[in-house]
Design a protein around this ligand. Sequence first.
Ligand SMILES: *[C@@H]1O[C@H](CO)[C@@H](O)[C@H](O)[C@H]1NC(C)=O
Ligand SMILES: *[C@@H]1O[C@H](CO)[C@@H](O)[C@H](O)[C@H]1NC(C)=O
Ligand SMILES: *[C@@H]1O[C@H](CO)[C@@H](O)[C@H](O)[C@H]1NC(C)=O
Ligand SMILES: *[C@@H]1O[C@H](CO)[C@@H](O)[C@H](O)[C@H]1NC(C)=O
Ligand SMILES: *[C@@H]1O[C@H](CO)[C@@H](O)[C@H](O)[C@H]1NC(C)=O
Ligand SMILES: *[C@@H]1O[C@H](CO)[C@@H](O)[C@H](O)[C@H]1NC(C)=O
Ligand SMILES: *[C@@H]1O[C@H](CO)[C@@H](O)[C@H](O)[C@H]1NC(C)=O
Ligand SMILES: *[C@@H]1O[C@H](CO)[C@@H](O)[C@H](O)[C@H]1NC(C)=O
Ligand SMILES: *[C@@H]1O[C@H](CO)[C@@H](O)[C@H](O)[C@H]1NC(C)=O
Ligand SMILES: *[C@@H]1O[C@H](CO)[C@@H](O)[C@H](O)[C@H]1NC(C)=O
Ligand SMILES: *[C@@H]1O[C@H](CO)[C@@H](O)[C@H](O)[C@H]1NC(C)=O
Ligand SMILES: *[C@@H]1O[C@H](CO)[C@@H](O)[C@H](O)[C@H]1NC(C)=O
Length: 750
Amino acid sequence: MGSCNYYLHIVSLLLFLVLGTNDAMPKPEEFKTYIVHMDHSLRPPSFLTHESWHRATLRSLSEPVDDEKMLLYSYNHVMHGFSARLTPSQVSEIKKSPAHIATREEASGKLFTTHTPEFLGLRHSSGLWNLSSFGEGVIIGMIDSGVWPESESFSAKGMPPIPARWKGKCHNATIPFPCNRKLIGAQVFIKGSQAANMTDPRDDTPRDFLGHGTHTSSTAGGNYVPEASEFGYAKGTARGLAPRSHLAMYKVSTGGLVLESDVLAAMDQAIADGVDIMSLSLGFEQTPYFQDVIAIASLSAIQKGIVVVCAAGNDGAPNTTHNSAPWITTVGAGTLDRSFIATVTLGNNQTFEGKSHFPERVLIVDTPLYYGKGDKRICNMGALNMSEVFETVLICDNSEKISIYDQAMELERVGAVAGILIEDGTPFDVDELSIPGLVLNASSGALIKKYAIEAANEANVSIMRFGLTSFGKKPAPQVADFSSRGPDPIDPNILKPDIIAPGVQVLAAFPPTIPVGEIVNYPLASDYALLSGTSMSTPHVAGVAALLKAVHPEWSPAAVRSALMTTADTIDNNGTTLTNELTNLPGTPLDYGAGHINPNKAMDPGLIYDIDWQGYVDFLCGLHYNDTEMRAILRQSKWNCSQEGTDLNYPSFVAMFSNKTSPPKVKKFTRVVTNVGDDQSVYQAVAELPSGMSVTVEPSTLTFTNKYQKQSYVVTVEINGKASPVTYGYLKWIDQTNHVVTSPIVVLNF
Ligand SMILES: *[C@@H]1O[C@H](CO)[C@@H](O)[C@H](O)[C@H]1NC(C)=O
Ligand SMILES: *[C@@H]1O[C@H](CO)[C@@H](O)[C@H](O)[C@H]1NC(C)=O
Ligand SMILES: *[C@@H]1O[C@H](CO)[C@@H](O)[C@H](O)[C@H]1NC(C)=O
Ligand SMILES: *[C@@H]1O[C@H](CO)[C@@H](O)[C@H](O)[C@H]1NC(C)=O
Ligand SMILES: *[C@@H]1O[C@H](CO)[C@@H](O)[C@H](O)[C@H]1NC(C)=O
Ligand SMILES: *[C@@H]1O[C@H](CO)[C@@H](O)[C@H](O)[C@H]1NC(C)=O
Ligand SMILES: *[C@@H]1O[C@H](CO)[C@@H](O)[C@H](O)[C@H]1NC(C)=O
Ligand SMILES: *[C@@H]1O[C@H](CO)[C@@H](O)[C@H](O)[C@H]1NC(C)=O
Ligand SMILES: *[C@@H]1O[C@H](CO)[C@@H](O)[C@H](O)[C@H]1NC(C)=O
Ligand SMILES: *[C@@H]1O[C@H](CO)[C@@H](O)[C@H](O)[C@H]1NC(C)=O
Ligand SMILES: *[C@@H]1O[C@H](CO)[C@@H](O)[C@H](O)[C@H]1NC(C)=O
Ligand SMILES: *[C@@H]1O[C@H](CO)[C@@H](O)[C@H](O)[C@H]1NC(C)=O
């Protein structure tokens, strides 16, 4: 079980370290501003206020702090704790207090918007954000690991009142859980986990001790937070996709594992409470729908008009999609156009830019540059001589294709200050660099080696800077390497995933108590973290669904999904078909479904493919489940299978053939589209097809005279000649005002 849990990128980072000074004399310790998180529940009762307790904490240090001068703020709402001017030794002492949660040095920065919403084309003054008032009035239910409510992303600042129809509540045990207009519900469903001894006593709170639920919730509906960043990278205003929506947390996971009983209970409560959207960044092994608790619970939710958005999983291989029932919106992951970089300036003033992921406060100045001879240019295990390279910046040759991780281990072993690694054409992950360093491309690498050889013993690095972000990386988006691919193992006739959304190195809120990285024994905490996974892409879609619900409250869950799918992008920012990360090879709809989400276009899709309750019943009838199985999923003793054989009115097409059948291979589909654009509109069918595939559409013109009018059509897909295992094309309905309603047509020959 739990194979579709999320994909956490644990990164190794180095913080607070200024390298390259060789001063032997101990300097008097410097005072810096630290943000100190304290557990207010541990405040001794003798202190009437948190502030008096904070002051006393500072006065009681062995080197007492003049609290009048050094305490900057005592916080009660934005966080629990205080900010103060302190020395590193004083910080160490505070950390020994049982009430201490986390401390970090204050960072300075400039406004530089954090990127996901802009990458998706959302803008303040126009489009979906504007029309939806940022999701105002919509409630998103998160089924996840809990939430860290003190994060600024869940502040109620500027939030409208809680909708009167809301019936949810906040966990109210010994310590009431601090809900507000943003976070309007927080409940715990861990009886199943408790029974399996998977919890400890502190888990009985909606508080997130994992970080996952905090991250996903703030992605879907987080409030505005200026200058959020993880160690300097991705600086800017962090906010959710629907920053004025309300959030409710249903905690089901305490340590990353989830149990079916808990997930069912949570979804049950979310339906009762009145959420509009449910977001699940979790899943179980793929099983037939009647055994799949998420499929079962989602069908009930859909019946009540709730949009259910689920992660497709992180299996990265074909035939591995999870949460793929056709009433669920199933989400894969794509990359962003953002890269994290560092620069190195050599003694000769030449500057090079490389990939990195090190904290901005690491600064390396005036340090010798080492480039050995022969085997000592290759940083494989044991190759380097510590007494030759200790406290230098090392260049590692790339001739033997040693992994970044192994090179970093060797650099760490010999006590290098930093490493300059060189790309060798194989995919790599800069997060594996466990000491400061950067990865240069081959041409920059050649220049830096030339300098090192020419300058010989004089070779040096004048400065290395970290914590820089660059935008506009091409190509983007790409389908994330880890994103689960179709065909769907349960029903390959339904194209899954439905859509992809940003899921690689997404910046969102994180509990300040949980290290996002660790160097040697030095855990690093941050209020915001970059995480990757379909767990991260799912709340993007949940947030956009909330925006769509705010603009079109009457749309059914199928209509919302249809709008997302038929307007998705299949072309990247370099003008070519979406490619796969790492291989850079062109993808297919089995990788990206209908494409990459485009929120502004989804607002005005022109036509939608709607599906009502009976549509799903007909679909289930066609699967020939027996009565027991049907009752399990439909929760009723009677249903009507008289329409069995009706096509599910899905916005994508899959035609499956056995490769033993000789051509021509023909399949017909019937679809019904609803006009949600102008009253008067005329759509023409246009097919974009590979050779060997032909499509006829009957009728090929659809004329509408009213909004919400329905029209049906029949598509006949034909494969001639020898077909490859996967071929695909697109059917587009185009009207006079440039609505383009696109559906992928995938032909499988297995
Ligand atoms: C939407 O845009 C209009 C005009 O640009 C502006 O007056 C209005 O305040 C915007 N609404 C929101 C919610 O931002
Ligand atoms: C929590 O429960 C206590 C005792 O039942 C009650 O007095 C209090 O009002 C509750 N608080 C909230 C926020 O529901
Ligand atoms: C959980 O722990 C209790 C007490 O140690 C034990 O009796 C019980 O069998 C355990 N349950 C499971 C499912 O391991
Ligand atoms: C650093 O490198 C430059 C250029 O190679 C050289 O002129 C300078 O002397 C070097 N500095 C040291 C301290 O070696
Ligand atoms: C490098 O640049 C600095 C100022 O930009 C200048 O003072 C120095 O002479 C330059 N050094 C070399 C080796 O070009
Ligand atoms: C290598 O990186 C540098 C940036 O330092 C860039 O200017 C150059 O175009 C890159 N070369 C190639 C071949 O990508
Ligand atoms: C490492 O370098 C030092 C100094 O150059 C030398 O004395 C020693 O023999 C070297 N060790 C090895 C294992 O090569
Ligand atoms: C962009 O597309 C062109 C061809 O259209 C291709 O040659 C080039 O390699 C692409 N660039 C990237 C970064 O993929
Ligand atoms: C897909 O996976 C399922 C099990 O998850 C397996 O039964 C089926 O044969 C697989 N299909 C293909 C085409 O590999
Ligand atoms: C339906 O199939 C299940 C196996 O999935 C079986 O256990 C059950 O007895 C069947 N029920 C009926 C009414 O045939
Ligand atoms: C089942 O559906 C068909 C077609 O919509 C309808 O004619 C029939 O009356 C329905 N039967 C029942 C029992 O509802
Ligand atoms: C059909 O597919 C199977 C399994 O992929 C393969 O072994 C076989 O060669 C294919 N047959 C034809 C006629 O392509």
